[in-house]
Each structure stands twice: as structure tokens, then as C-alpha cells.
Design a protein around this ligand. Structure first.
Ligand code: 5J7
Ligand code: CA
Length: 512
């Protein structure tokens, strides 16, 4: 009996770290600001066929509609109620999308904003995405309902009521983050309302949550909310499946709050991964690719089984948030693809692929004045849908990094090598590296300013392989470079530093 209890406790405490992906799939794609109707078709026509395990969606709840600046992306991080309407679509469209993605084995993870509601200066009226009335001055949100008593008034000791120091854990958790009205998550009523919102989403089929701004919530309060959550819908998931939880905690060191406080309840975003990988691939601060040999815990990152990793996210790709200028994005496409290739080949963490929209960058004194811009939209403010070009890329300002051949094929690579050991590392002491994943995959990267010419042990069975970076294996034919692996598992690599993509990746499914 006692033992059973212990086993149950053990199972429970790690259950929320499992993304429950189907068919051996391993990566999540963040379709930032996409409309639900577009995500539904993307699941069916692209994500499922190409082995994406899940999609992270923008906050589906009702949010404030701002006019200065005009409808910025961050308005979706200022909830007005838990009604399910936003510029991504209606509740019906959301529910239809979740059903259709689940039906093709693609999980849906919801960006959940539960630390706060809108800003204290958000005014009053009906300027909200479902048209619900609210009054930010009185802290009145009748569509939830929340009133004055549901916010952290009195608890916060700063004169402004806002967070003033990131060295004081009480300020960080109990004061307003940049004036956003801070919910009193120690109240059972507030926990109940938040859990009701999340349970509604679980019941219509979502597989988990990206928890926004967890640094600003007490771990015990989060734990109490998670304990109220239902198991995943038995329509699509095994019975007793817990929701996958990944918590956004930005910890680059130097602040009072550390990621380790959140490990027990779910996974945690590893922002050091994004910041450091950008620094290495850019070769800043005397970093070299060869130093990546002990990437992961060896770089003082969190344990791999706690980590959710990414090259960039919606926040740090526009210079907000952690990592600063080192973070690689689609704007630096050549280096970005190389970093994505490395991440997806490397066994550390659960990987998330960013899928962005373009905006008009306008730098002044090193700051992008247009970093606020929302998604491609019509003149009435509604979000444009994502058109697909004949060459499978996206139009109308949607970048669709997840559709870039190099990235799409590395998502598949990660599925193919899943569970295989990190093996056969090689480097030239500089910026040329190679490693494999057991006997199922091998990647070689040349980030030096000269050619790579090496014969390396790939770990792969003998045969001719198709490089999935320069091309595709289609109907037994290779449209890119071919690689011959001998009976001794060795192969000769040549990668010019002037190649469009100076890296090569092969795996057991790309064998011709
Ligand atoms: C919180 C952190 O603890 C942190 O380390 C960080 O890098 C960013 C944030 C942060 O999180 C938010 C979460 C939300 O749900 C909503 C938010 O508005 C924020 C948020 O604003 C925020 O911090 C912004 O970015 C930091 C780099 C700055 O240091 C902060 O001052 C703050 O900047 C503010 O951004 C400006 O001061 C203010 O004038 C402006 O109106 C506001 C615009 O909103 C955002 O930029 C939203 C950012 C955001 C970040 C996230 O990580 C996220 O998940 C969602 C939104
Ligand atoms: Ca808080």
C-alpha cells in the first residue's frame, strides 16, 4: 500500500513533463498569431505528413484591443476574460481546429496567460476581442467575473505597485509586471476560475499548456492550479494522461528567481540555450562550434528531461526578452538554419520550432521601433490568412520557417533518431563539427571560413544516403548531395564554406 502510494506519487510528479506526442514525433511548432482555421488545414496538409508532433497556439482567450500602438502582438498577453474569441478566431473555429489536428495526430498546446489581466491603464468599455465590458481602473472583469478582491492589492510593497527590482522575490510575484493587473493566485476562487478555463480547453482536446510568465507566480500557487486540471480527453489520449506543462521562466542567471523552483511541476523553458547557441553560431565572445561537444547540462543548463528548448521565441526574436542581440532568427537565415540543424540533431530537451511573420524593422540607436507590430492584417484589423505558394512557401508576410526544407527535414531527422545515443563526435578544434545519433543519423557542420574535407565515422550502415539539407529523397531519388558510407561506416565529406547551407545531414530513412 505504502509502496503503491509512492509509485503513484512518482508517476504523478513526472507526468506533466510528457508531451504525449503521437507516432514517434518529437517537435512542437509555434504558429505565432496564426488563425485557427489556418492551423486546422496546416495540421492536415503539412504538420502531420511531415512529422510535427504538436503546435503551440497564441492565447485563445479574450484580450484587450489596443490602439496605441495599433493592435500590437502583446495585446494577446492582456486577458479580459476566458471567453474563447480573439483575432485568431471564434470558439467554434478553435474547437474545430483542435479536433482536426488531433484527428491527424498533431497535439495542440495552449499559451496560457494566468498571472495577470490587462494593464492598469487599460481603461474601461468594450475594447476587447469578444466585446466584453471591463473596467481596469476598478479592476472589474464581469465576464470572468473578477473584481478588486481577486487582485494582489496591498500585498505589493513597492510605491508604484509595479515590479521595481528583480532581486526581490515578493515584488516579482506579488507586484504588477509592467503595470499588468496581478491576479491573487493564492485565492481558491482565482485558482478555480483559471482551472475552469484550462479544463474547458482540455475537455475540447488540447494536450497541454505553455504557461506564460511563471517567474511572476509562486510555484505553490501554480501547483495548486495544476492539481485541479483534468486528465487529457480519452477521445485522443490514453486514460490517466496528465496535461503537458511547459513553464516560461526566463533565467539567464543574476536574478532572485531560478528555473529549478519549477522543475517538479512540469518542463521549463531553457532561455540559456537560445542565448548561448546564438552566441556560438555567430562566433561571438570567442565561442567556437567545437565547444558544443558537451552542450546541454555541460553548459550549466537544466537537466534535459526538464527542458523545453528553442533557437528563438516570439519574444526574444524581436529584441524583447532574454538573450538580446545574440538570438538568431529568420532575419539571419543562413546561420539560423545551421543552429536549427544543430538543435534538432542534438538529444537535449523537447524542441520547439518558431514560425513567424515578417514586420517592417526600423532600427534607431540599435532599437527596433516596430518590434510591436502584430501579424499581417487587413485594414479592418483582422488577421490575414496564410496563403501557400506553388513552391510550398508561405505568402503575405508569413515566414513559415517550419516549411523551409532544411528545418522541415531536420524535424523528421529528430523523429528518426529519437532515443538513440549521442555518438561519434568529431571537431577540428575550431568551427567544424560532426556527430551522430547511434546508427540512425549523422550531421556535419562547417561554420569555419574554409572548406571542410574529412573522412568521418558516421555510425551508419553502408550505403548511399541522400543529404536532407541540400535536397530531399523522393521516390527513391535524391534531389541534393549524395553520400557514400562504406562497410567501415566511414564516409568522405566535403562542405565548402561558401555553400548556401554549409552543413550535411543524413539518416536511415534518407538511405537510397
Ligand atoms: C517578464 C520577465 O520576467 C522577463 O524576464 C522578460 O524578459 C519579459 C517579461 C515580460 O513578460 C510579459 C508577459 C505577458 O504575458 C505580458 C507582458 O506584457 C509581458 C512583458 O511586458 C514582459 O516584459 C517586457 O519585456 C522585457 C524585456 C522588459 O524588460 C519589460 O520591461 C517588458 O517591457 C515592456 O513591454 C515595456 O516596458 C512596456 O513599455 C511595453 O508596453 C511592454 C510590451 O509588452 C511586451 O513586450 C510583452 C512581452 C512578453 C514577453 C513574454 O516573455 C511573453 O511570454 C509575453 C509577452
Ligand atoms: Ca504575479
Amino acid at each position: 500500500m505504502k509502496l503503491l502510494g509512492l509509485v503513484a506519487l512518482f508517476a504523478l510528479s513526472f507526468a506533466q513533463h510528457d508531451p504525449h506526442m503521437k507516432h514517434g514525433r518529437t517537435s512542437i511548432v509555434h504558429l505565432f498569431e496564426w488563425r485557427w482555421a489556418d492551423i486546422a488545414v496546416e495540421c492536415e496538409r503539412y504538420l502531420a505528413p511531415n512529422g510535427f508532433g504538436g503546435v503551440q497556439i497564441s492565447p485563445p482567450c479574450e484580450n484587450i484591443v489596443l490602439t496605441n500602438p495599433w493592435q500590437p502582438w502583446w495585446q494577446r498577453y492582456q486577458p479580459i476574460s476566458y471567453n474563447l474569441c480573439s483575432r485568431s478566431g471564434t470558439e467554434e473555429e478553435l474547437s474545430d481546429m483542435i479536433t482536426r489536428c488531433n484527428d491527424v495526430g498533431v497535439n495542440v498546446y495552449v499559451d496560457a496567460v494566468i498571472n495577470h489581466m490587462c494593464g492598469a491603464s487599460g481603461g474601461k468599455g468594450h475594447h476587447s476581442s469578444c466585446g466584453s465590458y471591463f473596467n481596469a481602473e476598478n479592476k472589474d472583469f464581469p465576464s470572468v467575473p473578477y473584481s478588486y478582491w481577486d487582485f494582489n492589492e496591498g500585498k505589493c510593497k513597492t510605491s508604484s505597485g509595479d515590479i521595481e527590482s528583480y532581486q526581490d522575490i515578493f515584488q516579482i510575484r506579488d507586484c504588477r509586471l509592467v503595470s499588468l493587473l496581478d491576479l491573487a493566485l493564492e485565492k481558491d476562487y482565482v485558482r478555480g476560475k483559471v482551472a475552469q478555463y484550462m479544463n474547458k480547453l482540455i475537455d475540447i482536446g488540447v494536450a497541454g499548456f505553455r504557461m506564460d510568465a511563471c517567474k511572476h507566480m509562486w510555484p505553490a500557487d501554480l501547483s495548486a492550479v495544476y492539481d485541479k486540471l483534468h486528465n487529457l480527453s480519452s477521445k485522443w489520449f490514453p486514460s490517466d494522461s496528465r496535461p503537458f506543462i511547459y513553464q516560461e521562466v526566463i533565467d539567464l542567471g543574476g536574478e532572485a528567481i531560478q528555473v529549478k523552483e519549477y522543475y517538479d511541476m512540469g518542463r521549463v523553458t531553457e532561455f540559456k540555450y537560445s542565448a548561448k547557441l546564438g552566441t556560438v553560431v555567430r562566433r561571438w565572445e570567442k565561442e567556437k562550434m567545437s565547444y558544443l561537444k558537451n552542450w546541454g547540462e555541460g553548459w550549466a543548463f537544466m537537466p534535459s528531461d526538464k527542458a523545453l528548448v528553442f533557437v528563438d521565441n516570439h519574444d526574444n526574436q524581436r529584441g524583447h526578452g532574454a538573450g538580446g542581440a545574440s538570438v538568431l532568427t529568420f532575419w539571419d537565415a543562413r546561420l539560423y538554419k545551421m543552429a536549427m540543424g544543430f538543435m534538432l540533431a542534438h538529444p537535449y530537451g523537447v524542441t520547439r520550432v518558431m514560425s513567424s511573420y515578417r514586420w517592417d524593422r526600423l532600427f534607431q540607436n540599435g532599437k527596433d521601433l516596430n518590434d510591436w507590430m502584430g501579424p499581417p492584417s487587413h485594414s479592418n484589423g483582422s488577421t490575414k490568412s496564410v496563403p501557400i505558394n506553388p513552391d510550398t512557401t508561405c505568402g503575405d508576410g508569413w515566414v513559415c520557417e517550419h516549411r523551409w526544407r532544411q528545418i522541415r527535414n531536420m524535424v523528421k531527422f529528430r523523429n528518426v533518431v529519437n532515443g538513440q545515443p549521442y555518438s561519434n563526435w568529431w571537431d577540428n578544434g575550431n568551427n567544424q563539427i560532426a556527430f551522430g545519433r547511434g546508427d540512425r543519423g549523422f550531421i556535419v557542420i562547417n561554420n569555419d571560413d574554409w572548406d571542410l574535407n574529412e573522412t568521418l565515422n558516421t555510425g551508419l550502415p553502408a550505403g548511399i544516403y541522400c543529404d536532407v539539407i541540400s535536397g530531399d529523397k523522393l521516390n527513391g531519388q535524391c534531389s541534393g548531395k549524395q553520400l557514400k558510407v562504406g562497410g567501415d561506416r566511414r564516409a568522405q565529406f566535403h562542405i565548402s564554406n561558401t555553400d548556401e547551407d554549409p552543413f550535411i545531414a543524413v539518416h536511415i530513412d534518407s538511405k537510397l
